[in-house]
Design a protein around this ligand. Structure first.
Ligand code: HPA
Ligand code: ZN
Length: 332
C-alpha cells in the first residue's frame, strides 16, 4: 500500500503556498531580509507549532509570512514546494495565495504573483507539474478590502484561474462576500471557498448558493446535514479535505475519528490535500498514507481519492482522462 500511495499520480487542490514555508526557509529569509522573528532556531519554530484551533494557527501563519519580501522569496517558497510535491508524484497543483497578507505590508501585488508564477512555470518545464493559481480573500477583512484586491488582480486575470475564501471562518460567512464573488464570476474567474471546516453546514449552503463555487474547501461538517450531503452527492461538488490539518487544528480529536471515509461512503467527491504542510506535519503523500492507515482505507478507496482529485481539478476533460487512465493502469 505504501509504495502504491507513493507511485499513484496526484493532483493537489487545497494548498496555501504561504503554508509551505518550512522553518529552515523562514530563518534563511529572516536573515536575508533583516526581518526580526520571535525565534532563534529552527527547533524553536517547530516547537511553536502547537495549535488548538484555526485562529491559533492563523496568528502564527501570518506572522511567519512577514519574512516574504522580494520576488525571489516567493519564487524560493514556491519552488521548494514543487520540488517536494514532485517526490510525492504530484502531477498537477491548484495553489492558493493570499495577496492581502502581503499587500497590507506594502509588498507589491506584482512581486508576489511574479515570484509564484515564475516558479510554477519552471515547475511545469522542469518537473512536469501543471498548475493553476487561485487567489484567496481573507474573510476576517472587509468585503470592501476583498473588492479592492479583486480590482488589483484584474490586470493579472490571465494568470489567476479562480478566487477563493480563507482565514477565520466562524463569524465571517460566505454571504459577506456574495457581491465580490458575483463580480469575480462576471470577470471570468471560477470560484471556490473554505466552508464547513470550523463553520456550520449553513456556510456550505451559502458557498454553493451565493458564491456558486466549483468546490468546497474542507466541507467536513457537511455530514451534520443530510439534505446538504444529498445536494453535494447529486451535484458531485468536490470537497478538498485536509486530514492532517483537521487533526492539528482540533477539528477531529484523532485521525481515527476523521469522517473522510464516511464522506466517501456517502457518495461524495472527496479529495486528499495538505493545506499548510510546513505547519501541519505532512505533505500530500503523508496525508494519504496516514489517513489510509488510520481509517483502514482499501486500495479501491485510494484509487477513488486519486481519481477524484483529477475529476475535481480545473484541467481540460482531455487532460483529466489522460491522468485518470494512468491511475487506472497503476491500480489494475
Ligand atoms: N482555513 C482557513 N484559512 C486558512 C487555512 C485553513 O485551513 N490555511 C491557510 N489559511
Ligand atoms: Zn485551507
Amino acid at each position: 500500500m505504501k509504495s502504491l500511495i507513493r507511485r499513484i499520480p496526484k493532483a493537489e487542490l487545497h494548498l496555501h503556498i504561504e503554508g509551505t514555508l518550512e522553518p529552515e526557509l523562514m530563518m534563511k529569509l529572516a536573515q536575508r531580509n533583516g526581518i526580526e522573528i520571535p525565534y532563534t532556531s529552527v527547533d524553536e519554530i517547530r516547537h511553536a507549532y502547537d495549535f488548538s484551533d484555526l485562529q491559533s494557527f492563523l496568528d502564527i501563519y501570518y506572522a511567519g509570512a512577514q519574512v516574504l519580501i522580494e520576488e525571489q522569496d516567493f519564487y524560493d517558497l514556491t519552488w521548494g514546494y514543487l520540488e517536494r510535491a514532485a517526490t510525492d508524484n504530484v502531477r498537477h497543483v491548484e495553489i492558493f495565495f493570499d495577496p492581502q497578507t502581503h499587500t497590507a505590508r506594502s509588498i507589491d501585488f506584482c512581486t508576489v504573483i511574479n515570484g509564484i508564477c515564475s516558479a510554477l512555470q519552471d515547475g511545469e518545464s522542469r518537473l512536469g507539474i501543471t498548475f493553476e493559481l487561485i487567489m484567496c480573500f481573507l474573510r476576517h477583512l472587509s468585503a470592501a478590502d476583498a473588492m479592492a484586491t479583486l480590482e488589483e488582480a484584474l490586470p493579472h486575470k490571465n494568470r489567476i484561474r479562480a478566487v477563493g475564501l480563507d482565514s477565520s471562518e466562524v463569524g465571517h460567512p460566505p454571504a459577506k462576500f456574495a457581491e465580490v464573488f458575483d463580480r469575480a464570476r462576471d470577470e471570468g474567474f471560477l470560484t471556490v471557498a473554505h466552508a464547513g471546516e470550523e463553520g456550520p453546514p449553513e456556510y456550505i449552503w451559502e458557498a454553493l448558493d451565493l458564491l456558486k463555487v466549483e468546490r468546497i474547501d474542507h466541507g467536513v461538517r457537511s455530514l451534520e446535514d443530510p439534505a446538504l450531503v444529498e445536494r453535494l452527492a447529486k451535484d458531485q461538488t468536490p470537497l478538498t479535505v485536509c486530514p492532517l490539518s483537521n487533526i492539528k487544528l482540533g477539528v477531529f480529536k484523532s485521525l481515527q475519528e476523521h469522517n473522510l471515509k464516511k464522506l466517501l461512503d456517502a457518495g461524495l467527491c472527496v479529495t486528499i490535500n495538505s493545506d499548510d504542510p510546513a505547519y501541519f506535519g505532512g505533505y500530500i503523500g503523508e496525508n494519504f498514507l496516514q489517513t489510509q492507515q488510520a481509517l483502514n482505507l482499501s486500495a479501491d478507496d485510494i484509487h477513488a481519492l486519486a481519481k477524484n482529485a483529477f475529476t475535481a481539478s480545473f484541467l481540460s476533460d482531455e487532460d483529466k482522462k489522460r491522468h485518470i487512465a494512468e491511475i487506472d493502469q497503476i491500480m489494475s
